[in-house]
Design a protein around this ligand. Structure first.
Ligand SMILES: Cc1ncc(C[n+]2csc(CCOP(=O)(O)OP(=O)(O)O)c2C)c(N)n1
Length: 320
């Protein structure tokens, strides 16, 4: 990768980090309502994986979706306005934090039902196969979705029909307050793919380049020979499950979080950029300052935007 491409990965991770720190602030001020799940600590997965895609590839995510949406290129102003419930939001303020959607960027949501969107990802991939397109689908979900029935149905049909979908499990070790060991019969989540005769591997989700390299290789192969793949990225969430939860509660200790923060993906990548001579500390600080400005502009835009009008309630709503 060129120095410019490397710095772009750093810029995107910092954009997500600063954006989400601001979300926490805005949530405390009640400018953002409803559920709000922050992605802080996991940025290397979204940024590394999406950097390996083409702009016309498709991405789906669960409810911890701000990072994926921003990494897919959505405008931070419209994302913040969506969280504020404003007319200028990505979904006219009607989706909110868990239901971001940006059709132009081929970001196909933002879903709150654990595991539900994995079947939708297989459906998008089927659509591509049916239309003989060469795009791929990247589907992010947590390890908490793996023991759901819909995950297994989607894995089976994707393998059977050789659908071009990359199932990317962001294993941050906890589903709300439940450690993976207490929810899954196997700890080595990637092994699940054996049951579906599907290629699989596990990578360090705190290392943005490891994620990008792995996804790059998988997707290149997938375009040549369409078939699904299961990738497990081991990562860690630094915040509570959602904005209404404490960072550790009773299920993990502060010491455990502090230990993982030593492998903060932004810190690690920043050190790598400096040691490889790609950038100096001052340059990295300047990127940080620029991202803080971008985020402040997003907040100002959201603040000044009109609220979603009541008569919007029934538009764009699908009722069977
Ligand atoms: C079908 C369903 N069951 C339960 C819930 C409640 N719930 C919300 S988040 C969550 C934990 C999911 O954990 P994981 O998939 O690992 O994602 P993470 O929050 O760690 O990103 C649960 C059980 C839900 N939203 N949907």
């Amino acid at each position: 990768m060129s120095p410019a491409e490397l710095l772009e990965l750093y810029r995107q991770m910092l954009l997500i980090r600063r954006f989400e720190e601001k979300c926490a602030e805005m949530y405390a001020l009640a400018k953002i309502g409803g559920f709000c799940h922050l992605y802080i600590g996991e940025e290397a997965v979204a940024v590394g994986a999406i950097a390996a895609l083409r702009p016309d590839d498709y991405v789906l995510s669960a409810y911890r979706d701000h990072g994926h949406c921003l990494a897919k290129g959505s405008d931070p102003k419209r994302v913040m306005a969506e969280l504020f419930g404003k007319q200028t939001g990505l979904c006219k303020g009607k989706g909110g934090s868990m239901h971001l959607y940006d059709i132009e960027r081929r970001f196909m949501g933002g879903y709150a039902i654990v595991g539900g969107h994995i079947a939708l990802a297989a459906g998008v991939a089927f659509g591509l196969t049916y239309q003989q397109q060469d795009q791929v689908v990247l589907c992010f979900f947590g390890e908490g979705a793996v023991p759901t029935g819909v995950f297994h149905e989607a894995m089976n049909i994707a393998a059977l029909w050789k659908l071009p979908v990359l199932f990317l499990c962001e294993n941050n070790r906890y589903g709300m307050g439940t450690p993976v060991e207490r929810a899954s019969a196997i700890y080595d989540i990637a092994q699940t793919a054996h049951a579906y005769n599907m290629g699989h591997s596990t990578i360090d989700g705190m290392d943005v380049l490891a994620v990008r390299d792995a996804v790059g290789r998988i997707v290149t192969e997938m375009r040549l020979t369409p078939r699904p793949y299961f990738l497990e990225a081991r990562t860690y969430r630094f915040m509570g499950h959602s904005m209404s939860d404490p960072a550790h509660g009773h299920y993990r200790t502060k010491a455990e979080i502090d230990e993982h923060k030593k492998r903060d993906p932004i810190l690690l990548f920043g050190q790598q950029l400096i040691s490889r001579g790609v950038a100096g500390a001052d340059q990295l600080k300047a990127i940080d300052a620029a991202m803080q400005t971008v985020v402040q502009e997003a907040v100002d835009f959201a603040d000044q935007s009109p609220p979603t009008a009541p008569d919007e309630l029934l538009t764009d709503v699908l009722a069977p």
